[in-house]
Design a binder for this molecule. Structure first.
Ligand SMILES: [Zn+2]
Length: 379
């Protein structure tokens, strides 16, 4: 199925909204690769007959494919890399709870804000560049990955390789807090905690047991105490499991942990402390695995200049572009350490990852135009 023909007005809001609807209506949970691949096919079809080359990288480890779209020009020099993800956090069938609908300025749907809206406007702006007689000064590469929502395990190498080749990286993650773009992000670490104790009958032989859940309680207290909001450090024990029955002293307990840090020094301090957590109870073992899967970044010279350029373009279009630092990680974390990166260029909205996720319709056209102007003017 091909996308809408390139119309006289490339930034017709209703037309773009309809395209976003079609992407949203193909649900794409990260762990349902056949669904993600359906959308990859639709996206790839949208470039038919345009001066681009497509490379589809087969998914692995139960994830969907990645798609790289390269302009036919400018590929012999560092160019523009656009980073998008097609997966969403929402489980299959969530669309019955959050169907696509428009109410006032809000368009609802799973992943519409994070980030199908943003990926789609970048796709449209690229198509528009392809259709125009005049080429952009730099080559354009749009990378769509399938596993960003779980930390990009199967796409990270590709993102880093494309990021190093590029002169600029534009990330279509959602805009923040009234349309802000993101020039700094915290690093993200993920851990799993495995606790093993000794089971016994809780009523008749409690003295023989060593509770894995009680020990996990100790571990959770230690982890939660690492929170340092003033310094921007967050540690969240987000998942716990353990035990089998109320009358059994539990042999096993498990937790998943998310940590965010503003600087690499914080990561160097905290990651080893978490990996080194040990049991305080004889007969119980604690094992932690995990790592920093997205390094933090702060606004740097090249990124700052890219932001200033985008701000000038936004003013010409008619809006004020403001930047912020974000606690959320994104694929921009992989490119920002070595390439000027501007993140949060997607649509504005709210409720990412929730049952009320929505995109502001009024943000579609200005932000599509901004991306288009960035493609036209970056050199
Ligand atoms: Zn996202």
């Amino acid at each position: 199925m091909s996308d809408t023909p390139i119309t006289a007005d490339p930034f017709d809001c209703a037309d773009i909204l309809d395209g976003i609807r079609r992407w949203v209506e193909i649900e794409t949970p990260t762990d349902v690769p056949e669904q993600v691949n359906k959308l990859v096919t639709m996206v790839a079809d949208g470039y038919r007959d345009l001066p681009v080359s497509l490379e589809r990288i087969p998914g692995k480890d139960g994830r969907g494919d990645h798609l790289v779209v390269r302009s036919a020009w400018g590929q012999d020099a560092p160019g523009i890399l656009i980073l998008s993800h097609l997966d969403t956090v929402h489980p299959m069938g969530f669309i019955t709870r959050l169907p696509f609908k428009v109410e006032g300025d809000s368009a609802f749907g799973p992943g519409i804000y994070d980030m199908k809206g943003g990926a789609y406007i970048a796709f449209r702006a690229f198509r528009q560049i392809c259709a125009a007689p005049e080429r952009s000064p730099l080559g354009i590469t749009h990378l769509y990955v399938s596993d960003e929502e779980i930390g990009s395990p199967t796409s990270r190498t590709l993102i880093e390789a494309e990021g190093r080749k590029a002169k600029y990286v534009l990330v279509t993650e959602p805009a923040r807090d009234g349309g802000r773009v993101v020039t700094g992000r915290k690093g993200v670490a993920r851990f799993e905690v495995f606790v093993k104790g000794v089971p016994s009958h809780a009523g008749s032989r409690p003295q023989d047991g060593r509770s894995a859940i009680r020990e996990l309680g100790n571990v959770i207290q230690t982890l939660e105490a690492m929170n340092d909001p003033a310094h921007g450090i967050t540690v969240n024990v987000g998942v716990v499991r353990g035990g089998t029955k109320p009358n059994v002293i539990p042999e096993e307990a498990y937790a998943e942990v998310d940590m965010r840090v503003p600087t690499l020094a914080d990561a160097d301090d905290l990651v080893p402390r978490i990996l080194g957590l040990s049991s305080r109870t004889e007969g119980v073992t604690v094992k932690v695995i995990g790592e920093l899967n997205r390094p933090p970044y702060e606004k740097r010279n090249a990124g700052a200049a890219l932001f200033e350029h985008a701000k000038t373009l936004a003013a010409e279009i008619g809006f004020d572009l403001i930047d912020t630092a974000s606690g959320g990680g994104s694929d921009g974390n992989f490119t920002a350490p070595h390439t000027a990166t501007l993140d949060g260029l997607g649509v504005d909205g709210l409720g990412a990852h929730t049952h009320y996720e929505q995109m502001f319709v009024s943000s579609i056209v200005p932000r599509a135009r901004l991306l288009h102007r960035l493609y036209q003017t970056l050199r």
